[in-house]
Design a binder for this molecule. Sequence first.
Ligand SMILES: Cc1cc2nc3c(=O)[nH]c(=O)nc-3n(C[C@H](O)[C@H](O)[C@H](O)COP(=O)(O)O)c2cc1C
Length: 196
Amino acid sequence: MNVRDFRQPEHLVSEPFLQRWSPRALTGEPITEDELNGLFEAAKWAPSAFNNQPWRFLYARKGSPEWEVFFDLLVEGNKAWAKNAGALILLVSKRTLDHNGQPSRTHSFDTGAAWMSFALEASLRGLVAHAMAGFNANKAQQVLGVPEDFAIEVMIAVGRQGAPDTLPPDLRERERPNTRKSVSEIAREGVWKDWR
Ligand SMILES: Cc1cc2nc3c(=O)[nH]c(=O)nc-3n(C[C@H](O)[C@H](O)[C@H](O)COP(=O)(O)O)c2cc1C
């Protein structure tokens, strides 16, 4: 599949931003600790307020004792395809600042930046990183022992891209890069006008 058949930018942009997308068809092959560490390395260089680095990645690789615990957190719609991931990750963020213990206003924002670095690095390496909000966040906090000072953000399926015909029919039809709002819909000079 050529991503550029589906994604044409309006303005000049670097190719990796167009090439990253979120496939669901995965091969079921393992992901090594080394591969994951490369993605965490990319995430770790993300910027954050006060350089607080609030992101924490908990993970389980396919076949490990923890895999079932992570997998069981997903909603059925995500289980249908994420069963073929090589690793499942729970991304959480620290709500308070290390240097003074005060609440951080930007812990989720900062952690979103780390996710994007992670995802872009995965894409540049030919791996899939697919974020998921469809999981039981309260259960994740409990069963994985995440302290209350850490907010549950997303789960991420990491794997190798597989053939669309391995997916259930409804997902197979949607297995292509999607598009975006236009720049004029997301960026305007001056005061707020009539956005929704
Ligand atoms: C925070 C977040 C939550 C998401 N949750 C899910 C999910 O539960 N299941 C799923 O299949 N995709 C999920 N996605 C993938 C989005 O649908 C996808 O990123 C979006 O449609 C843009 O497409 P692209 O990533 O292919 O560019 C999620 C993405 C993000 C960033």
